[in-house]
Design a protein around this ligand. Structure first.
Ligand code: GAL
Length: 417
């Protein structure tokens, strides 16, 4: 009787607790999925978990690429109040694992057989010291162009296959009085374009030498100078209000016919779908011209922060298992614009861009042309990434010419290592 009463009081107290505070049976999820397309995908996850009796306490931190979310995470951890589950990218996951902050997911991983189905490139960020420390929810890639089909059709432009053809296409759009390139002037968005431009200019081996191995000769090479020159061409093709614009508003410019192209990761497809647009009818998706055959990937993963409460631990395990279920991976990634983080999910439910993304990811993985996205934390640690961001964005905003930018890149990376 007494125990019953105590339970009742506890339940009432829980009900009284503010909605922003997680209670038993809830996972508090820190993420940066706040655009229309991202929120639609997040709902698939929320509903999946709710269907299993796991409540959701939302902790959204707006800001594409997740820098603001990571700042909030550090503050929460410092205050001794980490969220239970956190959306994270690449080297950030490994950093937190090395600090001993993340829960060990080996039990659920063994039970569900993750070792056999998660591609090695993703395991590199989901395991630390041989232990599973996060559940990968998707694979995105950054070297994509999103194009407004009716603008291209009306100007007689077909899909550009080389960088030169891409420049010619942009010139045609400009001559017709339209904005060639939709862009949001934020460092991470410029870095995202740089992923594709460097792949297009130098190929996968050069990209790896520069961004993964941080080879000074590659970073300061004539190829890198050329990549910066191409960035300057892109700068000449954006509208005058680009500064500070959010990425999804740049996507909206292509969706609404105010601009012809956007260079952005395939989360942009989520915006097109959310606006009721269809691939090959309303919009086109193709690799940054000159980069076909290569893929710069990033994988959103959910890491669980160490908790002591057995119930909360069980919920974390259940969330991790739910994220990795094949049916969820299909339903979620169809909406998000990404592709599944496991190799055994059929492509039936995916649209033309999704099918293309899945096939190209597998092919790039087989041929050694799959590279981690520098812009999204899969090529190097945050300090190096941020050093590269600074140079790329300063050059994009006219602070350096291409040659100086390559020199600055060498010294910025050396200083951050
Ligand atoms: C990426 C993330 C994507 C997408 C994008 C824009 O870093 O992997 O899921 O949300 O940022 O916010």
């Amino acid at each position: 009787m007494r125990a019953h009463l105590t339970k009742k009081i506890a339940a009432a107290a829980m009900l009284l607790a503010s909605t922003s505070v997680a209670h038993a049976g809830d996972v508090e999820v820190l993420h940066w999925w706040t655009s229309g397309g991202e929120a639609a995908a997040l709902n698939v996850l929320k509903q999946d978990l709710q269907g299993q009796g796991i409540g959701w306490t939302d902790m959204p931190v707006a800001g594409g690429g997740g820098e603001a979310a990571m700042t909030t995470l550090r503050a929460r951890v410092t205050a001794g109040d980490p969220p239970t589950a956190v959306q994270m990218l690449g080297f950030d996951i490994l950093d937190w694992a090395e600090q001993g902050a993340l829960a060990n997911l080996n039990d659920v991983a063994a039970k569900e057989g993750w070792d056999a189905v998660v591609p090695a490139a993703l395991q590199g960020f989901a395991k630390s010291g041989g232990n599973w420390i996060s559940a990968p929810v998707n694979v995105h890639s950054t070297n994509w162009v999103w194009a407004n089909k009716s603008i291209l059709d009306s100007l007689g432009i077909s899909e550009p296959k080389s960088w030169e053809e891409f420049e010619a296409a942009m010139a045609k759009v400009k001559a017709a009085g339209k904005t060639p390139l939709a862009h949001g002037g934020q460092a991470w968005q410029e870095a995202t374009m740089f992923d594709g431009v460097v792949l297009s200019t130098g190929g996968a081996d050069f990209y790896k030498k520069a961004f993964v191995e941080l080879d000074s000769a590659a970073l300061g090479s004539a190829t890198m100078v050329k990549a910066f020159e191409r960035m300057a061409t892109l700068r000449a093709n954006v509208d005058e209000n680009f500064s500070g614009r959010d990425w999804n508003l740049a996507s909206a410019m292509v969706i609404n016919g105010d601009a012809a192209f956007q260079i952005m990761g395939d989360w942009a497809k989520g915006e097109f779908l959310n606006a009721g647009k269809e691939p090959n009818k309303d919009f086109l998706c193709f690799r940054v011209p000159g980069s076909a055959g290569t893929v710069s990937f990033n994988s959103d993963q959910f890491a669980m922060f160490g908790v002591k409460d057995a119930g909360a631990m069980a919920d974390q395990g259940a969330m991790a298992a739910a994220i990795m279920s094949p049916s969820f991976q299909s339903a979620f990634n169809v909406v998000k614009g990404s592709v599944p983080a496991r190799t055994d999910v059929p492509n039936d439910a995916f649209d033309a861009c999704g099918k293309k993304g899945m096939a190209e990811l597998a092919a790039a993985s087989d041929s050694g042309t799959l590279v981690g996205s520098m812009a999204h934390g899969h090529a190097n640690r945050a300090a190096v990434k941020n050093a590269i961001y600074d140079v790329v964005t300063a050059h994009f905003n006219g602070e350096y010419d291409a040659k100086t930018a390559a020199e600055e890149l060498v010294s910025a990376v050396e200083g951050a290592m």
